[in-house]
Design a protein around this ligand. Structure first.
Ligand code: ADP
Ligand code: ZN
Length: 743
């Protein structure tokens, strides 16, 4: 790779003009890095951080190298070229990360700068951690002409030992930072400079638990991969409670032992807290966390720690993929099938897929863990690209829970209630035996719709095609799409009838109300993202459930994942049909995964577990497979159906979503696009059709769906197609390659 991009300039004869391409983290719609002149005497290499002028602004960018998409033969008008303003002192962006950014931009059709921005976190990140100033008592004798007050003498006392910051010292001496500083000025304390803080190093030599033979074999395979230092994908496919985490911890230990860094991706921030605890128990220190709730000062430090290699283990959400690892040796994606890995706005990427790309660019192994791998992953196992490691049994001889159907037609709940008699009995029994029960309903709030019994008016969001969801704890009606909220009215806004509003259908809050009436003595917890503020609150609740301070849990998918509660024996799925409505491509797969996961909470220790699925359609294949415990039969049927239809992972999809302030404009643009759409035996475009959620935030939405054979290069086809489309007025266009959301 050339150091820079040099070419003869058109300036004065004989001059060699040095230019570089600079990637700019921005939301400006550039196709790629921009070319700048390099001032004489400035040596730049790919990955260097620089300041460059753009219009009237000065932006921070990264020196890029020659890559696809750039036109190296385009004439550079030297006279018009602006120069790099300065080189910044920051760790170089390594080539594998630059290649990942190029790859994501090319694949998702997102502007290069928008992708680069995910790796940069401007501007603070480029400021090195300031050395910390600390204070320490001077050696005697003290200067004579200084007055020693009581406060000063307390500070002197406190400053006898290790150097402390002004704040820490003041706190220890019950004084103030101003007193501390004044004492230093008066010569009573010595100022010392401390190295910036570093994260603690995990103890990778600590022994883990004794592994079962299956765990041992899987761990040995993963460790061999880490030692090989080559790209490969291993799928840790083990039933819930089989000890997948313990297995990949062994691979993490191997990577840490070798002096490298490890990235662990989890689908939800709420899960990281428990993961941090578990890691701490195994390796003695907490790992470094990276997600949207990490405070800005911590982000800045963490980014630096990752770049200089001090952060040995990073656990985080999607965005941790774009951190500047210095010496990455292993990536783990836990719950790899989880759709939360798909980012649905801005750059629409799937974090599992990009994790694989990153592992490939870095030349390191990646481990995908799941009890219900995605069909995409299964197809890659079948194609021989990924290697499967199976853990077919629960750890420690715990049995898998029994799964039963609870037929809501044959044994319906009483009117206005949602828990049917068989589930009531099961929960009552568990409580009587001193065990815990979980009622699962993947719907936040109290009721998904509010209806006026007098006029039939239904309360809808003013700017989305969606009903308002009642949240009784906050007394509000909320739109789950745009965040609009209003007070629950006392009268119908359409006919003014009072006491006429009826809540239709249940959310978790309503189930909690029913639970409180039916089991008044049970200690009940409701677990729903809107009721718990941040990961810490989730962690506290999880801990208290673990300590058996809660008998009955009512929860959304937040509770379904990853937790281990030994006393939880009964899981009731209040509405097993919920995810199957709407008929999107992955509805059955997703429902199977979610219900397997929530079922997996039951009976993880000595006491056997029991799962009841409430349904009005007991013959649905998904539910039958869950009852039979026959995952592979379900997968085979689902694969066959996708194969027949040429749907992912056996075919390809991309969505083009057009939005505008009026429907006509969106539709008209959609028709124009359809008219120039690619068409042939391997590719066709469906639509335009109004999106199921036709209105969001006041914008009308129309969708086109590109469906192609697997052999088609979809991003290239999209680029050719959309190159001819100029949006005007309020029309906006978004592209979603491999869509997961069909709303
Ligand atoms: P999974 O991630 O597959 O659902 P976990 O790794 O959470 O399973 O393991 C389930 C439980 O069994 C956890 O409490 C874990 O600590 C325990 N466990 C797993 N493997 C072992 C082992 N080899 N020795 C002791 N405990 C284990
Ligand atoms: Zn709305």
């Amino acid at each position: 790779m050339p150091e820079h991009h040099t070419r003869p300039g058109s300036v004065a004869s004989g001059d060699i003009l040095q230019t570089v391409r600079v990637g700019l983290p921005s939301n400006l719609p550039f196709a790629g890095p921009l070319t700048y002149a390099v001032p004489e005497g400035l040596a730049l290499a790919p990955g260097d951080w620089v300041e460059v002028p753009l219009g009237k602004r000065v932006l921070v960018g990264v020196v890029w190298d020659d890559t696809e998409g750039d036109d190296p033969d385009a004439p550079v008008n030297a006279a018009k070229l602006k120069s790099v303003a300065a080189k910044l002192d920051a760790p170089r962006m390594r080539e594998p990360l630059r290649r990942v950014i190029d790859w994501v931009a090319a694949y998702t059709l997102a502007p290069h700068g928008l992708v680069l921005r995910m790796a940069v976190h401007m501007p603070a990140i480029l400021q090195p951690d300031a050395p910390r100033v600390a204070f320490r008592a001077i050696l005697p004798p003290l200067p004579e002409d200084v007055r020693i007050t009581a406060a000063r003498s307390r500070v002197l006392e406190a400053a006898q030992h290790e150097p402390l910051s002004a704040n820490d010292l003041a706190e220890k001496a019950q004084s103030s930072p101003a007193v501390v500083r004044a004492m230093a000025d008066a010569g009573l304390l010595q100022r010392v400079t401390l190295e910036p803080a570093k994260p603690p190093t995990p103890d990778s030599q600590r022994p883990g638990p004794a592994l079962s033979p299956e765990q041992e074999a899987a761990a040995a395979h993963l460790i061999a991969g880490v030692e090989d230092r080559a790209f490969r994908v291993d799928v840790l496919d083990g039933v819930t409670g089989s000890g997948k985490t313990e297995v990949y911890f062994e691979a993490i230990a191997a990577a840490l032992n070798a002096g490298g860094q490890v990235l662990v991706l989890l689908p939800e921030i709420a899960l990281t807290a428990q993961w941090l605890d578990r890691f701490q128990q195994r390796f003695g220190v907490f790992p470094t966390a990276w997600h949207s709730e990490v405070s800005p000062p911590n982000r800045r430090r963490t980014w630096r720690w990752v770049a200089d290699g001090a952060a040995r283990i990073v656990v985080g959400a999607r965005s941790a993929l774009f951190l500047p690892y210095r010496d990455l040796r292993l990536i783990v994606v836990d719950e790899e099938h989880d759709q939360a890995f798909k980012q649905e706005d801005g750059v629409r990427y799937h974090a599992r897929d990009i994790a694989i790309v990153r592992a490939q660019m870095e030349g390191v192994p990646i481990c995908l863990a799941s009890a219900t791998p995605s069909l995409e992953t299964v197809a890659n196992i079948d194609r021989g690209r990924f290697h499967r490691l199976s853990l077919p049994q629960r750890h420690g001889g715990a049995s898998m829970p029994t799964v039963e159907i609870c037929d809501l037609i044959q044994t319906p709940p009483p009117r206005g209630q949602w828990i049917a008699p068989p589930l009531v009995d099961a929960v009552t029994q568990a409580l009587a035996d001193g065990e815990q029960a979980l009622l699962f309903l993947n719907r936040r709030g109290y009721a998904p719709m509010t209806l006026c019994r007098t006029c039939g008016h239904r309360f809808a969001c003013p700017s989305c095609s969606a009903w308002l969801v009642e949240h009784r704890y906050t007394g509000r009606l909320q739109c789950h799409h745009c965040g609009h909220q209003e007070r629950v009215p006392s009268a119908c806004s359409s006919c003014n009838a009072t006491e006429s509003l009826a809540a239709c259908g249940p959310g978790v809050e309503r189930i909690a109300e029913e639970v409180a009436e039916r089991w008044p003595d049970a200690r009940v917890a409701v677990m729903s993202s809107d009721l718990l503020q941040g990961p810490q609150a989730v962690r506290e609740l999880i801990d208290s459930i673990g300590r058996h301070e809660v008998d009955l849990i009512v929860g959304t998918q937040l509770i379904a994942k990853g937790h281990h509660f030994p006393m939880l024996t009964v899981v009731g799925v209040v509405d097993a049909d919920l995810g199957l409505a709407g008929g999107d491509l992955r509805a059955a797969e997703r429902t199977f995964q979610l219900l397997t996961q929530v079922s997996g909470r039951a009976g993880r220790a000595e006491r056997p577990g029991r799962v009841l699925l409430q349904t009005v359609e007991p013959t649905q294949p998904v539910l039958k497979a869950l009852v039979a415990g026959d995952r592979d039969a379900f997968y085979r049927a689902e694969q066959a159906a996708r194969q027949d239809a040429g749907m992912p992972p056996y075919g390809r999809l991309a969505a083009v979503i057009i939005s505008a302030s009026d429907l006509g404009a969106a539709m008209e643009f959609g028709q124009k696009l359809a008219a120039i759409a690619p068409f042939g035996p391997d590719i066709r475009v469906l639509g335009p059709a109004p999106a199921p959620l036709a209105l969001i935030r006041g914008r009308h939405r129309v969708r086109l769906l590109l469906h192609a054979k697997r052999s088609v290069n979809v991003p290239a086809a999209l680029r050719d197609w959309l190159a001819g489309a100029k949006t005007t007025g309020s029309v906006r266009l978004a592209v979603d390659v491999d869509p997961y959301n069909f709303l």
